[in-house]
Design a protein around this ligand. Structure first.
Ligand code: BGC
Length: 733
């Protein structure tokens, strides 16, 4: 029978459609696993191998033949980094990549505000989208173990619960744009000294209770689509291809289905990279930051050497399929997710986001009543300190930013307090950016700068000091740790002499780390802020002038002395480690007693404790009520909080749990909840916390499991670790 032309046409159209619909991997409505399997089934060996390693400084390939795009990546945690050249570390000098600088993640942690963490993520994700990035390299959730770590400013403090809660929100925010967050640096990258190869030993209890939970939460609660391996080793094996961290914990225990990406230059061995859960190798044959080589991408560990091992049968083909699957899944979630949103860059809305975060990040540590400083009545204001004139987005390493709109604190002080009323003296100066240390500044120069400032201080009605640290090497900077606990450039002497000349001195320091404050008793007020980004100067001066009521709380303890930090107290083997035959190694002898867990348990008071921060108003706490005396699955604890002052303010209500008796030693108490309340004068709101049995557990390393022991527990409600306002007891039987 002869078919009519029309029938033939219809059949042809149907056939074409059927053929098209079999391209499941392109169908954005098909289940993601079907898309992944379909794409995988069409790929050649070479195409799969190409996906597993970089083909540019921040690019890893897709499958051009199949129309599968590769992955464009960018630093970093607190803003989308300016474009780097395709094949060198030089900036590409685009004129269209000035971005919003959000506060450094320590600042986000200091907000203790989940909503702001999500807003941060959404906002930075939109910037990444606009810049055509599929993977944003952040957030960082390594734990603050010592105040010397040069990269603490990129992380979220010393408590895994706080870091994990905020990271999860940030990640969900970023990924709501179809941009993957890449949580870093997994794991135990808690210092920069010898970061490339230091071999870390840590007991399983500290690993599970302190160093892993924020990563776990980032993966399970945040749903992170990618994770970055750390440079260092754990038990002799580099973290980027570490069997325990990647195969056993990340994949098997936590069920991670995203892609593992190396830190730049973090891969060191083809067999391990093939077998131990790594998916994408980036930055090999560079130090990840400054040096590079002409080594071609085909020579990466996961390129030709991997192909050879696969073909020789030295490593199984399934390892390659597993990697390709993870990478395809990441691509389907990002560049092939079917959304065509553009995002936006350095918009007014993003500036407002950065400002809202910066506002809540600032921590008021001391105030004898001098603050807020009314601009109308302030009189002659002397501003001292180099950080008054810097935006502090430059330097620091890979998190460096090219901000669009930015003012310095001095400019904003002049605006608020009047040009004619404000005098500036630098007082000290830092060295030239990245590679000089504080010691390079001639003493005579610092002496004369100090003397000039002190003379001016005598004539001023008030002194605003804006100093602290910066992003130079050996300060808050990648690739080096601090050399000591004191502020550099003779700032202690400068502040002390300024205070002697004029006790009406407000010290507003910027840093990502704690430091000594030998002058604390002699100054009128201390404000701590972190690298606050595009809007930071406005936020800082708003706090000084009282337009913003400070509501930040410390995400880590400020010890009185460096030796009060447990990692340091335990000696050189503990921090920074020792070097034997060219191999540095260290043991985390401080175990689970990190940060406040140590201060509290060893009864060594911190200068300023974890969770601490003042406000321009006061909050009263009512009775703490527990929903039951016994916990089966969960109980609820509530506490009413009232603003009893006369300005609006925000209070961070903190829940700590104390296990009154346990077989293994435990910290006196641990953070298990927090809630930020916004209260008008006279207003009361109730903070509510649900405590589950999981919140009572600790990791028993003799049995390798989380356990809860029957007995009495206490729920402590506080305004900081040491300012406990009420408690309730309950039993677990
Ligand atoms: C850093 C990473 C960063 C990467 C790419 C490395 O040196 O450790 O945090 O994402 O470089 O710039």
């Amino acid at each position: 029978m002869k078919k009519s032309f029309l029938t033939t046409l219809v059949i042809a159209v149907i056939a074409i459609n059927v053929a098209a619909s079999t391209l499941v991997y392109k169908d954005v409505n098909a289940p993601i696993e079907d898309r992944v399997e379909d794409a995988l089934s069409r790929m050649t060996l070479d195409e799969k191998i190409k996906m597993t390693h970089a083909a540019g400084k921040f690019y890893s390939p897709g499958v051009p033949r199949l129309g599968i795009p590769g992955l464009m990546m960018s630093d970093g945690p607190h803003g989308v980094r300016a474009e780097i050249s395709w094949n060198t570390w030089k900036y590409a000098d685009w004129t269209t990549d000035s971005a919003t600088a959000y506060p450094a993640l320590t600042g986000l942690a200091a907000t203790w505000n989940r909503d702001l963490a999500r807003r941060f993520g959404v906002s930075i994700g939109e910037e990444a989208l606009y810049r055509g990035k599929n993977v944003l390299l952040g957030p960082g959730v390594n734990i603050y173990r010592t105040p010397l770590n040069g990269r603490n400013f990129e992380y979220m403090g010393e408590d895994p619960y706080l870091a994990g809660e905020l990271a999860a929100e940030y990640i969900q925010g970023v990924q709501s744009n179809g941009v993957a967050a890449c949580v870093k640096h997994y794991a135990l990258n808690n210092q920069e000294t010898w970061r490339d190869n230091i071999d870390v030993k840590v007991d399983n209890r500290a690993l599970y209770e302190i160093y892993l939970p924020a990563f776990k939460k980032a993966v399970q609660q945040g749903g992170a689509w990618s994770i970055m391996g750390a440079y260092n080793k754990l038990d002799g094996q580099h973290c980027c291809h570490n069997d325990l961290l990647l195969n056993k914990i990340l994949r098997e225990e936590w069920g991670f289905d995203g892609a593992v990406i190396t830190d730049w230059g973090g891969a060191h061995d083809t067999r391990e990279a093939a077998l131990n859960g790594l998916d994408i190798e980036m930055g090999s044959h560079t130090n990840g930051l400054t040096t590079e080589s002409a080594f071609t991408y085909d020579d990466y560990y996961l390129a030709n050497p991997y192909k050879q091992m696969l073909e020789n049968g030295e490593v199984p083909m399934e390892t390659l399929d597993a990697k390709a699957r993870n990478i395809l899944r990441l691509i389907m979630r990002t560049s092939m997710n079917g959304s065509a949103r553009y995002g936006s860059l350095a918009s007014d809305e993003h500036f407002a986001d950065a400002r809202a975060i910066a506002d809540e990040s600032i921590v008021l540590l001391k105030n004898n009543g001098i603050l807020p400083l009314d601009p109308v009545r302030a009189g002659r204001v002397l501003v001292v300190g180099e950080n008054a004139t810097r935006n502090l987005c430059k330097g620091g390493g890979s998190s460096e930013l090219k901000p669009k709109l930015i003012k310095t604190p001095l400019e904003v002080i002049r605006e608020y307090y009047g040009e004619d009323n404000v005098v500036y003296a630098k007082g000290y100066r830092s060295g030239k950016a990245m590679y000089s240390s504080a010691e390079d500044i001639p003493a005579a120069e610092l002496d004369s700068m100090r003397r000039e400032a002190v003379v001016l201080a005598r004539e001023a009605d008030v002194v605003i000091y804006i100093g602290g640290m910066n992003k130079n090497a050996y300060q808050d900077c990648e690739a080096s740790d601090r050399l000591d606990f004191h502020l550099s450039y003779e700032q202690d002497r400068l502040i002390a002499e300024l205070a002697a000349a004029n006790p009406r001195i407000i010290v507003a320091n910027i840093s990502g780390n704690a430091y000594a404050m030998p002058w604390l008793d002699r100054v009128s007020a201390v404000i701590q802020s972190w690298y606050p980004g595009s809007a930071g100067a406005l936020s800082l001066v708003d706090v000084i002038a009282g337009r913003v009521n400070p509501s930040g709380r410390l995400p880590f303890s400020f010890p009185r002395r460096l030796e009060d930090c447990n990692a340091i107290a335990k000696g050189t083997l503990s921090y920074p480690g020792i070097e034997e035959n060219g191999q540095p190694r260290q043991e985390y002898l401080d175990g689970i007693f990190v940060g406040y867990r140590h201060h509290d348990t060893a009864r060594i008071p911190a200068l300023f404790p974890f969770g601490y921060g003042l406000s321009y108003t006061k909050f009263d706490y009512g009775k703490v009520i527990c929903s039951a005396h016994e916990i089966v699955d969960s109980i609820t604890v509530t506490v009413p909080v009232t603003n009893v002052g006369d300005v609006a303010g925000k209070e961070v209500v903190q829940l700590y749990i104390s296990d009154l008796k346990s077989t293994l030693p435990r910290p006196v108490k641990e953070l298990k909840g927090f809630q930020k309340l916004t209260l008008a004068p006279g207003e009361t709101a109730t903070a509510e916390f649900v405590i589950t049995v999981d919140d009572l557990k600790y990791y028993d390393d003799r049995r390798s499991e989380w356990i809860v022991e029957p007995g009495k527990f206490k729920a402590l409600i506080g305004a900081s670790l040491t300012d406990i306002r009420g408690a309730a007891e309950f039993y677990y039987r």
